[in-house]
Design a protein around this ligand. Sequence first.
Ligand code: ATP
Ligand code: MG
Length: 389
Amino acid sequence: MESVILVRYEEIFLKGLNKHIFENKLIKNIKKRLADIAIFDVRKSQSRIYIESSDSDFDMQEAIIRLQTIFGIASVSPVTKIDSSFDSIKETSVRMIEDLILRKGYKTFKVEAKRADKSFPLNSPKICAELGAHILKSVPQLKVDVHNPDFIFFVEIREKTYLYSEIIPAAKGLPTGTGGLGTLLLSGGIDSPVAGWMIAKRGVQLEAVYFHSHPYTSDRAKDKVIKLARILSEWCIGIKLHVVPFTDIQLAINEKCPAEYLTIIMRRLMMRIAEKIALQNNSLGLITGEAIGQVASQTMESMLVTNDAVDLPVYRPLVGMDKNEVINLARKIGTYDTSILPYEDCCTIFVAKHPVTKPTLCKTIEYESVLNQDELIDEAIANTEVIEL
Ligand code: ATP
Ligand code: MG
């Protein structure tokens, strides 16, 4: 028997003449993401995508779990594909429905039919009526409810007949790679993985930059960030992670700049390095997990000073969110449990008791001018480790 999964998309419909670009990218991403499952075929037909495999190793369950994390897919349905004879439609439908009732305990249903193949002898209303009657007779515990059924049994008659009942929601958004490249400043915290996910959802391919202050931040802290990047890479069809050695910069700032300005100056250097790495990779913007007012370095005043350090646009998708909203999203995308592992971040090792909450640009520039910034930045970038995930 053939395993078939029906893949639906939504926003791609709005893309007019560019629609095929988005569809083709989505198909490419599906092929990549499912590549190691088994041999399968992906084809587009009437604004839907069908994944079909006659390989007995094809793991339908695993394929569906992965498809739910591919941006651009609105929903998926496991489908039974059979020859278009009404006898086999009736027989297979009853078998599928009996199995469904066992699993879900449904009590009411309706049939919805679509006849794209006009050579099929019954029209859609007739299919609904006759198949519905046959199901009622064969599965006596079921009742019809056309307004609010426990499940809808879908019959689509195309070049073959497709039967399904489950519609499983997926990631939505736009296919990864249709929106250019963005560079995520990825820490081990809760916020930045969520920020990256939100931008990636809009079709942006991610690269990540992590600032590591060895030995003040441990190998375990680095492993945690690699793990977070790996979780994100499952949503984003791969991520390149740049691990930047940040110790010398932090020590220099700590030694030469006023304590209350340490964090804001450090944030500006992070942004400069991230921008340089971004430009080397043709990335179009920086992404951070900042939200207004969350900490001293995320007040409007601080963000003005941070933004001033770079020319690339800085995307802050969490800017208006509360921490609890971010936590809920982190749970949903699977990063939360890793983010809360208690390893230190470079932002938390050299912090002033009273970091400035309203820094001014003038003072910041004055205080950081004692640093040999170009040299520090070039040195850090030259020693950056790149990990492909
Ligand atoms: P997060 O939970 O994402 O760490 P946060 O609430 O702890 O955020 P900060 O520590 O002020 O906030 O960091 C603000 C943003 O700066 C982070 O969301 C992230 O984008 C970036 N950032 C902070 N530390 C690092 C780091 N070590 N490497 C890369 N980016 C970082
Ligand atoms: Mg942090």
